[in-house]
Design a protein around this ligand. Structure first.
Ligand code: GDP
Length: 359
């Protein structure tokens, strides 16, 4: 029988150690959370401090009016420093390989000398508590890279709310020096449209059985794509993937020309084996060159800013309307009358708006 080690003598013995010295936080650069002012945030962001970036994003995501006010002040001060990035949107159904793709494709982006931020819009996160990017095991290579910042989808009452928060997060990330931003969304509902309206380049991932999948994929999503990548083009899938690429290229020809004059195409890749990703990066760079020369890149950004102003007005007006005391009191009853066919939806809306406007 082996003798039980004498803990006191063993190297494994945990000594009581010294008490923490009082100056342990002497070098802590920033004030405590409650003391952080707008200028502290700006200084931290400009220094590329990811802790400050995380905190600033939390302010943007907060529901509290006090935080919202501070977030808006920060965003405003960030605007002059923002805009200097390449914003890439990525969509595809769950399981198509988005996170595997980003994990591997991110290396191409990093090799080109960029700092990369990966954000997400996941409208289902209400129910799943963040299915997208929620899992720490996703993007294992990237999430530990010092030049990469990964942020899960914000939770929000509506897609509009989630999208606004993501757009503001882009501004914060750019101020913190991240000059390549990938915004991922799961291919459900309107989230693709939201992502498309905040990125420069829109990439759609499909599976090698795209022929079948194209039936399910909405025409509008395919039309938005600047590039379709048929992922999982490896092993037994190679032939099917090549066929899918051909079908997609044919399908893309049927759409009217894009305002960018960019001709969308399809490629195959394997995120798992890291194949074909360089070609995808080349397409993105070619897009940036072409649209910068023809002025579309800048013009598109301006149009997007206008769109977001309008969206923001819609969101804010609706929230103002719904939180009005008379509306809160009457809404359900009037809605019920509409359901029962007692009054028309238009008359109901008129009545509610009259209540909102007051006497
Ligand atoms: P997401 O839901 O779109 O983010 O998809 P994931 O990245 O989580 O991938 C779903 C599954 O597909 C995982 O089991 C991956 O290992 C696998 N997968 C992803 N990319 C490839 C690929 O290029 N080839 C193959 N064979 N499998 C892949």
């Amino acid at each position: 029988m082996t003798k039980k080690p004498d803990n006191k003598k063993s190297a494994l013995h945990i000594s009581k150690g010294k008490a923490n010295s009082s100056n342990i936080n002497q070098n802590f650069k920033y004030k405590r959370r409650k003391d952080l002012g707008v200028d502290d945030y700006i200084a931290g962001l400009l220094a590329g401090d990811r802790v400050i970036l995380g905190r600033a994003i939390s302010l943007v995501e907060s529901q509290q009016a006090k935080d919202q006010l501070k977030a808006q002040q920060i965003i405003e001060k960030c605007l002059p420093y923002s805009g200097n990035s390449l914003r890439i949107g990525l969509t595809g159904t769950p399981g198509v390989g988005k996170s595997t793709f980003i994990d591997c494709f991110g290396q191409e982006i990093l090799q080109a000398g960029h700092r990369l931020a990966v954000l997400a819009i996941d409208p289902s996160s209400q129910l799943t508590k963040g299915s997208i990017l929620g899992d720490k095991t996703r993007m294992q290579q990237l999430s530990v890279h010092p030049k990469v910042f990964v942020r899960p989808s914000p939770a929000g009452a509506s897609l509009g709310g989630v999208a606004r928060k993501t757009r503001e997060t882009v501004i914060l990330c750019e101020t913190a020096g991240f000059d390549a931003i990938v915004i991922e969304t799961v291919g459900v509902g309107q989230s693709e449209t939201a992502v498309h309206s905040m990125v420069d380049f829109f990439l759609l991932l499909l599976l090698p059985n795209a022929g079948d999948e194209l039936q399910g994929i909405k025409r509008g999503v395919m039309e938005m794509a600047d590039l379709i990548a048929i992922n999982k083009a490896d092993g037994d899938n190679i032939t099917a993937a090549k066929l899918a690429k051909k079908q997609c290229r044919n399908g893309l020809h049927l759409f009217p020309p894009k305002p960018s004059d960019w001709v969308a195409t399809a490629e195959t890749c394997s995120a798992l084996e890291g194949k074909g990703l360089d070609k995808i990066w080349q397409h993105i760079q070619a897009y940036r060159r072409q649209t910068t020369i023809n002025g579309y890149f800048q013009e598109h950004r301006k149009q997007q800013a206008k769109y977001w102003m309008e969206e923001s007005i819609n969101e804010q007006l609706k929230s103002l309307f719904m939180s009005h005391p008379s509306i809160q009191q009457q809404f359900k009853a009037i809605e019920q009358q509409v359901i029962e066919g007692k009054i028309s939806p238009f008359r109901a809306a008129e009545n509610l708006i009259a209540l909102f406007k007051g006497p």
